[in-house]
Design a protein around this ligand. Structure first.
Ligand code: ADP
Length: 803
């Protein structure tokens, strides 16, 4: 059974898509929801950070201003420079923090008309030691009164404070900034006081703070010069917190150095999703479990059951819920039960129909043999033209009816599956010979050319059903002759090997009326003819091709057709054929035994058949005794001794089966008599019933000489149980009936020469007698050297009996 898992796969796929969709949706929505507050908070954070940093810077710069004011006060006091220097040194020694240097820068020559520059500039080293630096007082170096920090506050009102740009100190090599303010003595501008701040610790603080909070910081002074820069990178869509602070107009820009708002929002969303993912996964698994249990499993189960119940049977699963699936199961089961019942009915009616057809055709066939035989006999007598015309119509109609019956019987047998193929060795040449003799004559009579070609070796023998192969060819050739008004008919035989098996390919081509495309598809169906007028024009039942197709299929082959209206038709048949070794002719000869003096009881209700069997058996030398039913047969066996009984089945009063049973039940040697069941019934059941009633074997009607010989040989022990073979051989003598039997064989074998010889013998044998009908029948046959037809044989048999 095909394992189906598509539903499971589909549901897993759908749930996975659902999960992915859900996670994307949750992610998207969360992002949209959380991004604005995150952005707002980040903005607030950055603003407050920039304020914290700027106020820290402001505070750091505030305290040096106190020192500056102190220095201005020292300058304002106008005290002795030495005293001022002492106070300043003291002031710087005490101060800590960022103020590292500073002092008083008097107006040149303000104290002393000889001294150009008399600055009191002190520097506090890292170890806290305060030194006075005199280098600025060297006029050769240009002095200090031209420096920006001096000129910016020169003659400016008292209390003015000006901050210098950031610069790198020449001594300490650190970033510095200087605040300067003027001082006055006695209301006159007397110089400038300065304090220098080291930005080192400020930078350290800013860097540490920025690092701690992942910030990028940029601080610029009032002139826009960069004072401090730490990790300050500006990206697109980034928020910059900008803040101006202090008296000195510095600006601070703070950004988030590590991540954008989007990154943060993304982090948050990821966190949310990571949190809900396991829950979702569990939900999906649970959902799958539920769907699987309630939907997929029952459906898969139903599918399996449907697979198993293709040949019938209901779906038997334990499904409790009262839903659509339950409804589906119930509906399927109801339908199955209904269809099974219908199938039974159909089978029963087909069987009944076939049985009826078989019985009716069998029953009609038997009297029809008599009708046709009698018509033939009458046709040979002196009749007026009118009488002959009516009798001919009677014969033709009867003949047509026989063909119809035979085909119906054959078809119903095949339809019921009763047709079993025989397997006997035969040469292909014998088939070619027989179709040649029949259809050559028929074609020539109709003015058509007939040609057989064969690529198969002349020595080729097959192990197959010769009769059925001949039936296929006869049906196709009958049609070819029937539907061809001028031109030719050709048959070709070839062998092909397909999948290691041997096939015989037969192609029958005619130049006849052809079949139109619409009808081509239907002609292999029973009772179908290419057009409704066919029966009127050509006769036929529409069964021939259906039978051919069925037989071809039974022989593991097939048939196809190609045709063009008005141009002709080609049938292509392929049949699997087992190749056989040719049989030795001697092997068959030794089966001929002598039967002279043996007594045979022919049990047959039909007079024509009785006559035929009688002719056969007397031809072989048997003494024939005939009875008309089973009752008489049993009485005859009780009263007389016989060596063989030829037992028909369908008979009035008592049938063959019952009679056989009664004979076998006799309390004497006679119960062991050899009985051949002779039946025209082609159905296997009848044959089997006869065999189980006690007949030794079945000889089917019409009797085949070869088959009869074979059976007599095979059962010779039983045949000679009452009389020995030697006695029979001694009693053997020639008679005319034996000639008749030989004639049957010659006709069967299509042996024109032998038939001519026998017919001549019979004619000579009858010469002295006054049997006009027989002579009239024989003369044209001998003259034309043609084979007698079946009807002529029947008539000859009946007439010879009288003789
Ligand atoms: P039947 O010959 O008894 O009518 P068949 O089954 O043998 O039935 O053929 C069915 C139909 O196929 C025929 O009636 C005829 O219309 C068509 N047919 C068969 N063989 C030929 C052929 N060789 N040429 C033209 N038509 C044909």
């Amino acid at each position: 059974m095909v394992k189906r898992s598509s539903l499971k796969r589909k549901s897993i796929l759908v749930l996975a898509i659902y999960l992915a969709f859900f996670i994307t949706a949750v992610g998207g929505v969360s992002y949209l929801v959380v991004e604005p507050p995150i952005r707002e908070q980040l903005t607030r954070n950055l603003d407050s950070r920039s304020k914290i940093i700027s106020s820290e810077i402001e505070a750091s710069l505030e305290s040096p201003l106190g020192i500056l004011q102190g220095i201005v006060s020292i300058g304002n006091s106008g005290k002795d420079a030495n005293l001022q220097a002492e106070i300043l040194q003291h002031l710087f020694a005490m101060s800590d923090g960022a103020s590292v240097s500073g002092g008083l820068w008097p107006l040149p020559y303000v104290d002393d008309s000889t001294t150009h520059y008399a600055s009191l500039f002190f520097n506090r080293a890292k170890d806290g030691v305060v030194d006075r630096i005199h280098s600025w007082n060297n006029p050769a170096l240009g002095g200090y009164d031209g420096e920006g920090w001096y000129t910016d506050v020169e003659n400016k009102p008292l209390g003015t404070v000006v901050w210098s740009p950031v610069y790198i100190d020449a001594f300490t090599h650190v970033q510095m900034i200087t605040a300067s303010s003027p001082y006055y003595v006695d209301g006159q501008f007397a110089g400038v006081a300065t304090v220098d701040l080291s930005l080192e610790s400020l930078i350290e603080y800013v860097q540490k703070h920025a690092k701690e909070h992942g910030l990028g910081v940029l601080i610029r002074d009032g002139q826009g010069e960069v004072v401090i820069e730490h990790n300050f990178k500006v990206a697109e869509d980034i928020y910059i917190s900008e803040h101006k602070f202090g008296h000195f107009d510095w600006t601070i820009d703070v950004v988030n150095a590590n991540r954008l708002v989007a990154d943060q929002a993304y982090d948050l969303v990821t966190k949310v999703e990571m949190g809900i993912m396991p829950i979702m996964l569990l939900c999906v698994l649970f959902g799958y479990f539920v769907i699987n249990r309630s939907l997929i499993d029952p459906i898969a189960h139903i599918a399996r059951e449907v697979d198993d119940s293709k040949q019938g049977g209901i779906i038997d699963i334990n499904y409790r819920s009262d839903d659509e699936i339950k409804h589906l199961i119930n509906a399927f089961n109801q339908k199955t039960v209904f269809l099974e019942q219908e199938k039974k009915n159909a089978l029963a009616s087909t069987r009944a129909k076939s049985a009826f057809l078989a019985t009716i055709s069998h029953e009609i066939r038997t009297p029809m043999n008599g009708v046709l035989g009698t018509a033939q006999i009458l046709l040979k007598t002196d009749l007026s033209d009118e009488q002959r015309k009516h009798l001919k119509t009677l014969y033709d109609s009867g003949d047509h009816m026989m063909v119809l019956l035979n085909e119906i019987l054959d078809f119903s047998k095949i339809e019921q599956g009763h047709l079993e193929l025989e397997k006997e060795p035969f040469p292909l040449e014998s088939i070619i010979g027989s179709i040649n003799s029949v259809y050559h004559t028929l074609s020539v009579e109709k003015g058509l050319s007939f040609k057989i070609s064969s690529d198969v070796s002349k020595q080729r023998w097959y192990l197959s059903d010769k009769a059925r192969l001949r039936q296929i060819l006869f049906n196709l050739l009958n049609n070819a002759v029937k539907f061809t008004l001028k031109g030719s008919i050709e048959v070709n035989f070839t062998e092909v090997t397909l999948d290691g098996k041997n096939y015989l390919n037969i192609i029958v081509t005619d130049s006849g009326v052809g079949i139109d495309n619409a009808a081509l598809e239907k002609i292999f169906k029973p009772f179908v003819q290419a057009e409704s007028s066919t029966t009127r024009r050509f006769g036929g039942t529409g069964l021939g091709l259906a039978i051919v197709k069925q037989i071809a299929q039974l022989m593991h082959g097939d048939i196809s057709v190609q045709s063009k209206l008005g141009q002709g038709t080609t049938f292509d048949v392929l049949l699997e054929m087992e190749v056989s070794q040719p049989l030795q002719a001697e092997g068959r000869k030794h089966k001929k035994l002598s039967y002279t003096g043996l007594r045979v009881l022919i049990v047959e209700d039909n007079r024509t058949n009785t006559a035929i069997i009688n002719t056969f058996m007397s031809g072989k030398g048997f003494e024939c005794y005939c009875v008309g039913d089973g009752e008489e047969a049993v009485q005859a066996v009780r009263a007389n001794e016989f060596d063989l009984i030829m037992m028909d089945n369908h008979m009035p009063h008592k049938d063959g089966i019952t009679a056989t049973q009664e004979i076998r039940a006799l309390q004497s040697d006679r119960s062991n008599i050899l009985i051949f069941g002779c039946t025209a019934d082609l159905f296997k059941e009848t044959q089997e019933r006869m065999l189980s009633a006690g007949v030794d074997c079945i000889v089917s009607k019409p009797i085949d000489e070869q088959e009869l010989d074979d059976m007599l040989y095979r059962y010779s022990d039983k045949l000679y149980q009452f009389k020995s073979l030697d006695d029979c051989q001694a009693a053997a003598s020639f008679n005319a009936e034996q000639q008749l039997v030989s004639l049957y064989i010659a006709v069967e074998d299509r042996n024109h020469e032998q038939a001519y010889e026998i017919l001549s013998n019979i004619f000579t044998y009858l010469a002295p007698t006054d049997h006009r009908s027989v002579k009239e029948l024989l003369a044209p046959l001998i003259q034309s050297k043609s084979l007698p037809s079946q009807q002529e044989l029947d008539v000859l048999t009946v007439l010879l009996k009288d003789v």
